[in-house]
Write a protein that binds this ligand. Structure first.
Ligand SMILES: Cc1ncc(COP(=O)(O)O)c(C=O)c1O
Length: 345
């Protein structure tokens, strides 16, 4: 405040360096939101009308909204019912002559099968934009290492929306990449296409990060691994408490993944009734997502029909996410467990 350094100030540069260090990426580019991180990454591909970008219909709207706003056509493929993440075989079947990129989403905090998607992308010359909005800190055993979500593809996109595992006090986002030339382009695109003031090499956007948000995130980042571990500990207690309950499936973790449980998401047979019961008891719970993206009115022109993505549609009817945040008091966790168990016995 004293330095009147409100936007893109020194703390933003320090946050970019800290995020590069934390994730293991060579370059980190701060921007205004996770949505913008996706949109800028996709804009950098110079999509032409009719170019296709393959993604999952079981995600937050921003994933496909960014594809549309970057000038691409979203092509949806179904998910794997276990992890809720995009099915690599369905991706392979959907690649065509207009395909330019893949946008896997690491949903709920566990990574998609990147070891299957990356060779596909390489073979077909496609960019891979990782939507890691929900998965900062998550890792996957692959290619002889355990890379972090966001660092495997062409770019990785994080969201600092306040409820995320690393949340700001407002909107914020970050792109990471190993590609220095792409990083320069992304820096230009986020500030109206100009590397220098009053010189615009191309038309870009206003997607700056507030210095205040960077300062908040710099203070929180050192705690992120501990908070993610606390989420995993809460998940382990839930898993044990719900094991064997009829009509309840706890969230499966792919053994290659270190899950960060942005959400702890059950599949249940009588979902809507359970949500009502939990809410009656003052228990915060939410459905991510009750409608898939191929079912959204704005994407009707894409021509998808009901029943086309059975695993996705089934998930929209069965999922419910329970409180999992790191500071969740034990008594509250016990109350959640008691309520879910009582409903199912
Ligand atoms: C999967 C996914 N993609 C993209 C976004 C967009 O991030 P933001 O809200 O920061 O724009 C979010 C979160 O809101 C998300 O959960």
């Amino acid at each position: 405040m004293d330095a009147t350094d409100f936007i893109m100030g020194d703390a933003v540069r320090r946050l970019e360096a800290a995020l590069a260090g934390y994730t293991g990426a060579s370059h980190a580019i701060a921007c205004a939101s996770g949505t913008d991180a996706l949109m800028l990454s996709l804009k950098a591909l110079n999509l032409a009308p009719g170019d296709e970008v393959i993604t999952t219909p079981f995600t937050f709207f921003a994933t496909a909204g960014a594809i549309h706003n970057a000038g691409g056509r979203p092509v949806f493929v179904d998910i794997l019912p276990g992890t809720f993440n995009i099915d690599p075989e369905a991706v392979a079947a959907a690649i065509g002559s207009r395909t330019r990129a893949l946008v896997p989403v690491h949903l709920y905090g566990q990574m998609a099968a990147m070891e299957a998607l990356m060779p596909l992308a390489k073979r077909h010359g496609l960019a891979v934009i990782e939507d890691a909005a929900q998965a900062i800190g998550a890792r996957r055993r692959m290619a002889g290492g355990t890379p972090m979500a966001g660092t495997v593809g062409t770019t990785g996109c994080y969201s600092f929306f306040p409820s995320k595992n690393l949340g700001a006090w407002g909107d914020g986002g970050m792109i990471v990449t190993q590609d220095a030339i792409l990083a320069d382009r992304l820096r230009r695109l986020r500030t109206h296409g100009g590397a220098k003031q009053y010189r615009h090499d191309e038309v870009g956007f206003n997607s700056r990060l507030d210095t205040l948000q960077a300062a908040v995130l710099l203070a929180k980042l050192p705690h992120l691994d501990r908070w993610n571990a606390a989420r995993r500990a809460n998940a382990a207690v839930y898993d044990a408490a719900f094991a064997g309950l009829k009509e309840v499936v706890t969230p499966p973790v792919d053994p290659a993944n270190e899950h960060t449980y942005h959400q702890y998401t059950l599949r249940v047979a009588r979902r809507d009734a359970l949500v009502v019961r939990l809410k009656e008891q003052g228990i915060g719970c939410a459905v991510y997502y009750p409608k898939a993206l191929h079912q959204q009115p704005c994407f009707a022109p894409l021509g998808y029909r009901e029943g086309q993505f059975p695993a996705t549609e089934r998930a929209t009817a069965e999922v419910v996410s329970l409180p999992i945040y790191p500071e969740l008091p034990e008594a509250h966790r016990d109350q959640v467990i008691a309520a879910v168990r009582e409903f199912h016995t």
